[in-house]
Design a protein around this ligand. Sequence first.
Ligand SMILES: Nc1nc2c(c(=O)[nH]1)N[C@H]1C(S)=C(S)[C@@H](COP(=O)(O)O)O[C@H]1N2
Ligand SMILES: [Mo]
Length: 160
Amino acid sequence: MSDTTTLRIDGEVENAIDISYDELAAFAADVQVPDVSRFQANRKGDGVTLESLLKRVRPQESATYLTLHATLDDFAASIPLEAVRGEGILVYRVDGEPMTENKGGPFRFLIRNPAACHTDELDDCANVKFLDRIELTAGRGRDTRPETDAEHAAIHEHDN
Ligand SMILES: Nc1nc2c(c(=O)[nH]1)N[C@H]1C(S)=C(S)[C@@H](COP(=O)(O)O)O[C@H]1N2
Ligand SMILES: [Mo]
């Protein structure tokens, strides 16, 4: 069965797209990132580079932040585009299958070397699960990441 779930990439771009699992799986081998556990032991799956997605949408000059949205649990993180270029991966497949919701899918953003939670803009908290939209924004966009230890602990109370 083919998977019809898509990821929207839009905002300050020349060419907004909705991209599917099948299209991501068909990306060239040199932009595929197999087995993300190689650089983050607690993460699983395969992805493509953020750069390969940016190439498709062509960010405008005005785009300075990448704003990652998860509608499912109303979570968002907004990180500086230049800093995340080269670091960002879109995970779309786990165990050879589309990434299910219980694994944080259908899509998950991953920073290769994230900082500890709320110590930096590129922190583990920006590894957005249930990702359904990547918005290129002029300046910082929506960001619901926890700012204090207490807020952070509250978020993780929902984890099983
Ligand atoms: N959609 C969504 N993504 C999210 C979060 C969340 O609450 N919702 N929590 C973030 C935080 S604060 C952290 S530290 C990591 C935790 O990832 P894990 O649950 O896979 O350990 O996911 C990040 N991505
Ligand atoms: Mo976090």
